[in-house]
Ligand binder design. Structure first.
Ligand code: DLL
Length: 434
C-alpha cells in the first residue's frame, strides 16, 4: 500500500525537478529570514541565487548540532513566534536542549509523512494503533499519533511506562499495530511472558520501531516473540521527528521521503560527497519546512543510499539501517545522551573528578545505564554516610540533566583507566548496531 502514489513513485527525473524547484525556494527563504544562514552563505561567497542546479548542492554550507546550540533556543527559526504552533526538543551536546518549532503547515507536513510511514508498514484505516512512544517534548508520541489519525486508524496514546497496564491494553483492545522503541518492544514481550500472556496470540500484526539503533538479530527476536512484522522507522527532531524514512513490506532498506528531505552521504572527516552505495554520514536538507528549514544538516548517523526502484513500486531512494554514529552520542531507552552532558554535571559537584566511565548494558530487555565516577582523595577518606549522600545527589543531578535515571557508582581516585588519546568513556555491551 502506498499513501501518496504520485510522490512515492515518481520517476527520478521528475523527482529531481521537484526537489530543485523546492530547494530554490527553501534556500531563498533561509537567506532572507535567517541571519545565521545569510552569514554562512556570505562566508562561502554565495548569495541566495548562487546555486544553479541540484548538482551545486555541495557548495552550500553545512548546518550542525553546534549551530543549533549556538543559536539556542530559536535563533535559526525562519518565522516569528506568532506563526509557531508547536515546540519539541531533544538532548543537546551540553546541558541545553536542541529545540525545534513547527508552523501549522509543518505539523500538516509531518502528519502527512507519518501517514506515508505507517501506510508503508502496512497500517490502514481500521487498525488499532498502540502508541507506546513517549508523549511530550520527544517527537515519537505526537508524530505517530498524528500520522495514525490521518489515515483514520484508532490510536491509543499510551506513552511509555506502566508496562503491565500496556500489556492489558494490548490484549483487551485488540491492538493490531505497536509503535515504540525496539528495546521497549522486547521489554513488553518479556513482561507479557511473566504475566502469562502470549503476545503472539493477540491481534498484533505490525510493529513500527525506531528512535534508536537495532540489529537484524533484534528484529528476528521481536518478530518471533511478539508475532508481528517489524518495520524500522527513522527520523530526528531537527528535521521533523519520525517520518524521514521507513521500511516498506520488503524490509530491504528505509525509503527516504525525498520530495521533502533531500539526502546526501558525505565523508565524515572531510565533508566530501560520496557516491551511492558508499557508507558515510547522512546529511539532510529540508525542502518544504517553514519554521526551521535546515540546509545540509549533519545528522551524525552512518548509512549508505540505494536509488534502485524497490519491489514495492516506490522510487524513493532507500538508506541502509543506521550502522553507527560519527560522534559519541548514545541512545539509552530512546533518549539521546552525550558524554559531555555528564561532564557538565560532574564539573559542578565538589569532590568529584571529571574522570568517569559510562557503562550501558541490557538487563531484562531494558537498557541499563551505570556511571562510574571518580572521587577526590579527600572525599574518599570521608565517612560512609557522606559518600552515600554524594551518590544520591549525583544520581538526581544526572537524572535532571539527562532525563533518564542512571545508577551511580563512586570509585577510588585514579581507578578509571587514563587514555593517551581520545578518552574511551563508553562501554556499550548491547548489540544495537549488530
Ligand atoms: O528519535 C525521532 C524518532 C522517534 C524516530 C520515534 C523514530 C521513532 P531524536 O530524539 O531527535 O528523534 O533522535 C534522533 O536517533 O539522529 C539517530 O541517531 C537515532 N535514530 C532515530 N531513529 C533511528 C533508527 C527521534 N530507526 C536520533 N535507527 C537520530 C537508528 C535511529 N537510529
Amino acid at each position: 500500500m502506498i499513501w501518496d502514489r504520485e510522490h512515492e513513485t515518481m520517476s527520478r527525473t521528475d523527482l529531481q525537478q521537484l526537489q530543485w524547484k523546492r530547494l530554490q525556494v527553501q534556500v531563498a527563504t533561509v537567506y532572507e529570514k535567517v541571519p545565521f544562514y545569510r552569514r554562512a552563505f556570505h562566508e562561502k561567497g554565495l548569495t541566495s541565487g548562487a546555486i544553479r542546479s541540484l548538482a551545486d548542492l555541495p557548495e552550500l554550507p553545512f548546518t550542525t548540532k553546534y549551530d543549533l546550540r549556538d543559536n539556542y533556543p530559536l535563533g535559526l527559526a525562519a518565522v516569528p513566534v506568532e506563526r509557531m504552533v508547536r515546540l519539541h526538543a531533544s538532548s543537546g551536546t551540553t546541558g541545553k536542549a536542541t529545540v525545534v518549532t513547527y508552523t501549522a503547515h509543518d505539523i500538516d507536513l509531518w502528519a502527512e509523512v507519518m501517514a506515508r510511514t505507517l501506510t508503508a508498514a502496512g497500517v490502514t484505516k481500521g487498525d488499532v494503533v498502540h502508541n507506546a512512544h513517549g508523549y511530550g517534548l520527544f517527537t515519537g508520541g505526537l508524530g505517530f499519533h498524528y500520522g495514525a489519525e490521518r489515515i483514520g486508524a484508532l490510536v491509543l496514546p499510551m506513552s511509555g511506562g506502566q508496562t503491565k497496564r500496556q500489556i492489558m491494553f494490548l490484549k483487551d483492545m485488540g491492538s493490531t499495530v505497536l509503535c515504540c522503541t525496539p528495546s521497549y518492544a522486547l521489554r513488553l514481550a518479556e513482561v507479557a511472558e511473566e504475566m502469562g500472556v502470549d503476545l503472539r496470540e493477540t491481534d498484533l500484526r505490525v510493529g513500527t520501531f525506531g528512535a534508536e539503533p537495532w540489529s537484524a538479530r533484534m528484529r528476528e527476536e521481536i518478530q518471533a516473540k511478539i508475532g508481528l512484522k517489524a518495520h524500522d522507522v527513522y527520523g530526528l527532531c531537527e528535521i521533523v521527528g519520525p517520518g524521514v524514512a521507513v521500511e516498506c513490506e520488503c524490509q530491504d532498506g528505509l525509503h527516504i521521503f525525498e520530495d521533502h528531505f533531500l539526502p546526501e552521504i558525505v565523508e565524515p572527516e572531510t565533508g566530501e560527497p560520496l557516491p551511492y552505495g558508499e557508507p558515510g554520514e547522512l546529511v539532510l536538507t529540508t525542502l518544504t519546512k517553514e519554521a526551521l528549514p535546515l540546509i545540509r544538516y549533519r545528522t551524525g548517523d552512518i548509512t549508505s543510499l540505494n536509488p534502485a526502484v524497490c519491489a514495492c513500486g516506490r522510487t524513493l531512494a532507500r538508506m541502509e539501517k543506521i550502522s553507527g554514529r560519527t560522534d559519541d552520542m548514545l541512545i539509552v531507552r530512546g533518549i539521546n545522551i552525550f558524554p559531555s552532558q555528564i561532564e557538565t554535571v560532574l564539573l559542578q559537584v565538589k569532590g568529584v573528578l571529571p574522570h568517569y566511565q559510562i557503562v550501558v548494558d541490557r538487563r531484562h530487555a531494558l537498557d541499563d545505564l551505570e556511571i562510574w565516577i571518580e572521587i577526590s582523595d579527600e572525599v574518599f577518606t570521608d565517612d560512609f554516610q557522606r559518600l552515600e549522600a554524594l551518590e544520591r545527589d549525583l544520581q538526581s543531578e544526572l537524572q535532571n540533566a539527562l532525563g533518564i535515571s542512571a545508577r551511580v557508582k563512586l570509585v577510588e581516585p585514579k581507578s578509571i583507566q587514563r587514555s593517551e588519546g581520545k578518552a574511551k568513556r563508553i562501554i556499550d555491551r548491547r548489540d544495537a548496531y549488530g
